[in-house]
Design a protein around this ligand. Structure first.
Ligand SMILES: Cc1cc2nc3c(=O)[nH]c(=O)nc-3n(C[C@H](O)[C@H](O)[C@H](O)COP(=O)(O)O)c2cc1C
Ligand code: SF4
Length: 430
């Protein structure tokens, strides 16, 4: 693993997910420290000072989100750990759920103390089996040990955590869709304002954070914000879990210190590409982030301030390496099929736009494309920008424009000749 490790600083063993193993590593001592020596507001201050950014995709500052909550305002507050992990290419939260579920439970206890929460939820994607069994097992162990459901360490604080299994829709991971799903309704995202921290689950103030975001909280409170900031860069403190897949020699989950050279990560730590292939481009952080070519990546560091000005984002850390020879037209077809399938249908530009784009790309791949199709894909993508309730409409457009801008020649070739310019390595990705 490149960089220093914060989250994954323990060896994975067949029992590392158990309470016994977690306690042997000092687990739950940080919770005791927080409850005995810190006021809730001090916990939020420490998390704010750490500069921790959200790991669910938007890199929103955690302290700023938490600071909206008003402990003691005499109404229920809720915390939800977003374990939906539906972004294609992203599989890092499942690593935490499978190997370090007690780290999430302890972090949720500390966060709930800070936010004056008594009922928390883990919203987990329905397809997850082992991650679900592990997090449910950890919660059961914590109840049995008096770490949940009871007043802790002779303080007045207690918490219940419920695991809620989703039913397999991408929009369930969108924060407001997630809330309506827990409430037992269709997971339709909703417009903001009001923000979820003002009116969220059951109309009450609610914080939704990604699993990895929350998993950082225990380390921050254990070692302090200053220690956390010593890792990473000034604008991107700490580390990021990167799940890398595609044509890469050593796929998997890596914890990378922000600021680590991107090319070195791919070439050295991940062993370069399969069968010595050359890198064509990378989808940096889930398919909703814009593709970057090998040449663009060369000078970049894995940090928000390095990647964002290059026109993309680290998103949810779901990196996909794409080898030369891959047909970008057919790759876009895969993405648009996904977006069309997952559109919840509330917004006309997303519902109809995804269908149009999917039909256009299918037509091109069938060898029946016409020259105007490229401009049509641009026009529909641009029409989605900022006109939909949730970020999915924008994301599909960004992904499409990102590919068209860099690989327009491949689309023109497909339309002119009715076949791909490339030798079709995309099959390896399927
Ligand atoms: C369509 C869609 C799907 C999303 N799926 C996820 C997801 O699976 N997991 C996640 O943490 N965030 C997901 N998000 C982002 C959440 O809305 C939210 O910003 C995030 O959970 C906040 O956590 P963070 O601040 O810790 O990053 C999704 C957003 C959109 C628009
Ligand atoms: S943008 Fe798409 S997925 Fe999001 S709310 Fe609108 S129709 Fe649903």
């Amino acid at each position: 693993m490149p960089g220093r490790q914060l989250l994954m600083d323990f060896e994975v063993t067949p029992t590392s997910h158990t309470l016994e193993a977690y306690r042997a590593r000092g687990g739950y001592a940080t919770l005791e420290k927080a409850l005995r020596t810190m006021q809730p507001v001090d916990v939020t201050k420490e998390v704010t000072a750490s500069g921790l950014l959200g790991h669910g995709g938007a890199a929103f500052p955690v302290g700023r989100k938490w600071s909206v909550m008003k402990p003691g305002d005499d109404q229920p507050h809720y915390l939800c750990a977003n374990a939906d992990e539906g972004e294609p290419g992203t599989f890092k939260d499942r690593w935490i759920l499978e190997h370090a579920p007690h780290l999430l439970v302890e972090s949720m206890l500390i966060a709930s103390y800070a936010l004056d929460v008594r009922h928390s939820f883990v919203y987990i994607r329905g397809e997850f089996d082992l991650p679900w069994r592990r997090i449910q097992g950890a919660i059961d162990e914590a109840y049995a040990a008096g770490l949940l459901g009871a007043k802790l360490f002779d303080t007045g604080f207690m918490l219940d955590i419920v695991v809620y299994r989703g039913a397999g829709s991408y929009v369930c991971g969108e924060a407001s869709g997630l809330i309506t799903s827990i409430e037992g309704r269709k997971p339709y995202p909703r417009n903001r304002p009001p923000r979820l921290t003002v009116r969220g689950l059951y109309q009450k103030p609610t914080v939704i954070n990604n699993v990895e975001t929350l998993a950082n909280v225990t380390g921050i409170i254990r070692d302090g914000a200053e220690a956390f900031r010593k890792v990473g860069t000034a604008k991107s403190p700490g580390t990021q879990l990167v799940s890398i897949s595609g044509h890469i020699a050593k796929p998997g989950v890596y914890e990378v210190e922000y600021g680590y050279p991107w090319a070195r990560f791919l070439d050295v730590d991940c062993g370069g590409l399969l069968h010595g292939a050359k890198l064509k481009c990378v989808i940096p952080g889930g398919i909703s982030t814009k593709v970057l070519t090998r040449a663009e990546i060369e000078p970049l560091m894995l940090s928000h301030e390095s990647v964002n000005p290059a026109g993309s984002s680290l998103g949810s850390g779901g990196m996909i390496a794409i080898a030369e020879g891959t047909c970008m037209v057919r790759l876009l077809q895969v993405l648009l099929r996904f977006y069309h399938h997952e559109s919840c249908g509330q917004c006309t530009p997303c519902r109809d736009g995804m269908g149009w784009m999917h039909r256009i790309i299918d037509r091109i791949v069938a060898g029946k494309g016409v020259a105007e199709d490229i401009d049509r894909l641009y026009a529909i993508s641009e029409a989605n920008d900022g006109t939909t309730i949730c970020g999915m409409g924008d994301a599909a457009g960004y992904a499409t424009i990102g590919i068209l801008n860099k690989y327009r020649d491949e689309f023109e070739h497909f339309i002119t000749h009715g076949s791909s310019k490339c030798d079709g390595r995309l099959e390896c990705l399927a």
